[in-house]
Design a protein around this ligand. Structure first.
Ligand code: PBG
Length: 324
């Protein structure tokens, strides 16, 4: 029934009709808030390229976690910034390292917030790569042992879920095996399954001081051109035991999110990364975009494409907006 009988504008005419026929709703239940935690007391360092985000010491992290929890955000994701880096990144699996201490502190004070930890050594290595470097190459299988130790140190501290972001082959199976072997069969794995070698991580690398000192991450992170390969990555991670699979970044890769949603009956997560956040913040500061609307529209789009969970630096602001 074409025009003039059919008029799609009829159901757009009022806010009431629009509410009735809205297909997708963003909920605070979908959001995960990332935090950067560092050594020291009473530290709150602004991150230049990420206005509104800080590197905080554990005492401040507790407050921030309490705040997002009070707003209804169910989970936080922790990135650790160690006091000391070395060639192997050995602080990454220190039992009293920054992340295990942060996990314990948050679970002690805000027990209901789900604490997810990023598992990857790049913040802990002097060279800034996501694995052990030998002869200028990031070696895969040796790195798996580091990731196992790191995931275990987080699980022992009480992390509710671990999230490997390194993109080594076989890491999900290796971590699953390590967790199961030590009595943590109930700790799920959120796999950064399709993580692209993106320019949009640049503000994060400032925040975490993890820019590679040589080369780039293209030998382990994915080529932005590849959709089919992304589905293979996701499929393999599921076979190895991933409970939730993530696509990252989010907005430029909504086709991947959508294809993953169609192909797999698993919870799908998408990470609105630092650069996506910074672009919106910068444009808003220049008066070129309405920040609140840009935030809500992009998050809604990520959800509509098929992401059940969204990791976003806007979590707190979005939660506030969704409560209004
Ligand atoms: C690696 C890691 C990165 C991000 C999350 N985990 C950085 C990288 O791969 O360089 C990026 C997150 C963001 O940009 O917000 N530990």
């Amino acid at each position: 029934m074409p025009f003039p009988q059919d008029r799609l504008r009829r159901l757009r005419a009022t806010a009431g009709f629009r509410r009735l026929v809205r297909e997708t709703r963003l909920s605070v239940d979908n959001l995960i808030a990332p935090f950067f935690v560092m050594e020291g007391r009473d530290v709150r360092q602004p991150i230049g390229a990420m206005p509104g985000q800080w590197r905080v010491s554990v005492d401040h992290l507790i407050k921030d976690a309490g705040e997002v929890h009070a707003l209804g955000v169910p989970a936080i994701l922790l990135f650790g910034i160690p006091a000391r880096k070395d060639e192997l990144g050995s602080e990454a699996w220190a039992p009293d390292g920054i992340v295990p201490r942060a996990v314990r502190a948050v679970k002690d004070t805000v027990p209901d917030v789900m604490v997810i930890t990023d598992v990857c050594v790049d913040e802990y290595t002097t060279h800034g790569h996501c694995g052990i470097v030998k002869d200028g190459q990031v070696v895969n299988d040796e790195t798996l042992a580091c990731l196992q130790k790191m995931a275990l140190s987080h699980a022992r501290a009480g992390a509710d879920m671990v999230a490997p972001s390194d993109m080594m082959d076989g890491r999900i199976g290796a971590i699953r095996q390590a967790l199961d072997g030590e009595g943590f069969s109930q700790v799920p794995i959120l796999a950064y399954a399709a993580k692209f070698a993106s320019c949009l991580y640049a503000p994060f690398r400032e925040a975490a001081d993890s820019t590679p000192k040589f080369g780039d991450r293209q030998s382990y992170q994915m080529d932005p051109a590849n959709l089919r390969e992304a589905l293979r990555e996701i499929e393999l991670d599921i076979q190895e035991g991933a409970d939730i699979v993530m696509i990252k970044p989010a907005l430029p890769y909504l086709d991947v999110v959508h294809a993953a949603r169609q192909a797999f009956n698993r919870p799908i997560a998408a990470y609105q990364v630092s650069g996506e956040y910074s672009m919106i913040k910068a444009a808003a500061q220049l008066g070129w975009l309405d920040e609140r609307r840009a935030m809500l529209e992009t998050l809604l789009a990520i959800h509509r494409a098929g992401a059940d969970l969204i990791l976003t630096y806007f979590a707190k602001e979005a939660a506030r907006a969704l409560h209004e």
